[in-house]
Design a protein around this ligand. Structure first.
Ligand SMILES: *Cc1c(COP(=O)(O)O)cnc(C)c1O
Length: 451
């Protein structure tokens, strides 16, 4: 593809704040929400969106924000990319829904062929399409159990896999995501992730031999769990919700060896870190592993609901009719995903790597100025700033983190929190160095103002 994957420049200045926040129209909408919408969806900032294009989100009062959140890493090609919009419109005129559980349609197969082609899994692959990250996680776990005849599933502390019962049981990111919702799905256990800034076993990264995995081998497998009863290990190649944490470089290879030795399936949850965000199509490519299954969602269709499970052919064998999905692989979502893949492969993945390195470099400079910027880490455009109480070493500082996000919002930059005290920066993959410069200037001011 020789056409540029970048959308046309935004026609106007951004960011640009023209009212107090929330503005009068936004306040009115928030008032209506308070009267009718379930009030459990807590938001860090009072943003009421009317439209968005490229890197820019416009609110109902005409304020323009630079978007470094991308709908939780979802709007991978930027908001309403003209090629994505065109693909969606054309498909919506032809066929919106028919249900692949009952009938065939070609675009479902087109997308499966593309995903199978790019997936870094050795051997032939098969694909199953679903609607959300959670549904894909449920699908992968059901497949792992039925395929292996084993029941136990291993996940990691800090992991986020979704909100439905199986996915929530595997999630161990924040207690509030589980509190009160038990009992959970049986036979799930959690072990340590290689979170080097806060090493769970107090090693130095340089001399570490990934001893965090010893909890699994030396404790569980030695004392309470026979590995022959473990169906699968599910792991985020870079933890997302848990704090934007790329693991120690030997962690995933060692985990894979452990799985192979014990006949355990390795499931890579690439829902947040996949689809080009880290500068490679799949984050696991940075670590050279060959998993049995890959789960995709978030960035796969530029914001249209779609997710996928890709598995080695001999793994994706299960009971006929036992699993299905009414909306899974919706034709309009498939069209959006195919357009997204073309743009990612047409230069946006490369851009994520380049602009991501630039962002990490610029933040490294800023870190020297602000003691509260405890750790700057990431791959490509998946970058976290862990906010700490600078005077007390590495103590997490969630209050300061909130202040920085709020101040940045006031200056026109959208960011999101993750982990206990990390700011997540995950702009669309069309971000340019000039966007990074604007974002870094705002973060500089926000850290200064937050003290
Ligand atoms: C967001 C997320 C999920 C869940 O996706 P939903 O679409 O919200 O169900 C699963 N895994 C990871 C890694 C995620 O970031």
């Amino acid at each position: 593809m020789s056409r540029s994957p970048f959308p046309p420049d935004y026609p106007g200045e951004y960011p640009k704040i023209v009212t107090s926040l929330p503005g009068p129209k936004a306040s009115e909408v928030i008032g209506r929400d308070a009267r009718i919408v379930s009030q459990n969806l807590t938001k860090d900032v009072p943003l009421v969106v009317s439209r968005a294009r490229g890197m820019v989100v416009e609110d109902v009062d005409g304020n323009r924000f630079l978007d470094f959140a991308a709908g939780i890493s979802t709007v991978s090609t930027g908001h309403c990319h003209p090629e994505v919009v065109k693909a969606v419109q054309e498909q919506a005129e032809k066929l919106i829904h028919i249900c692949y559980t009952d009938f065939f349609y070609p675009i479902y197969i087109d997308l499966c062929e593309e995903l199978a082609k790019i997936a870094p899994i050795k051997g032939n692959r098969r694909v199953f399409l679903t609607n959300s990250g959670s549904e894909a996680v449920e699908t992968a776990v059901k497949l792992a159990r039925v395929r292996t005849g084993r029941q136990k599933i291993v996940g990691f502390f800090g992991a986020f896999h979704g909100r439905t019962y199986g996915a929530m049981t595997l999630t161990a990111s924040k207690p509030v995501q589980r509190k009160g919702y038990g009992p959970f799905v049986p036979e799930v256990l959690h072990t340590h992730y290689a979170y080097c800034y806060r090493c769970p076993v107090n090693r130095q990264p340089e001399s570490c031999k990934v001893e965090c995995l010893d909890l699994l081998t030396d404790s569980y497998f030695h004392h309470s769990v026979d590995p022959s009863e473990v169906a699968a290990v599910i792991v985020e190649p870079v933890q997302g919700e848990g704090g934007f944490i790329p693991p120690h470089r030997d962690f995933l290879p060692r985990l894979q060896d452990l799985c192979r030795k014990n006949g355990i399936l390795l499931i890579a949850d690439e829902v947040q870190c996949g689809m080009g965000r880290t500068g490679r199509m799949f984050a696991l490519e940075h670590y050279g592993i060959d998993p049995d299954m890959i789960i995709l969602a978030k960035g796969i269709a530029s914001g249209m609901p779609l997710s996928a499970v890709i598995a080695r052919e001999d793994v994706m064998k299960w009971n006929d009719g036992g699993h299905g999905s009414t909306f899974g692989g919706n034709p309009v979502s498939c069209a959006s995903a195919l357009a997204t893949l073309r743009l990612l492969q047409g230069g946006l993945i490369e851009n994520a790597g380049k602009v991501g390195s630039y962002l990490i470099g610029r933040l490294g400079g800023l870190q020297k100025k602000h003691a509260a910027m405890g750790d700057v880490r990431g791959l490509g455009l998946m970058v976290g700033i862990e906010v700490v109480d600078g005077r007390a070493g590495r103590r997490p500082a969630p209050q300061s983190r909130h202040k920085v996000i709020e101040k940045a919002f006031g200056l026109g930059l959208l960011t999101l929190p993750c982990g206990e005290s990390t700011i997540r920066l995950s702009p669309p993959l069309i971000a340019r160095e000039a966007d990074v410069d604007k974002a870094v200037a705002i973060l500089d001011a926000a850290f200064a103002a937050a003290g």
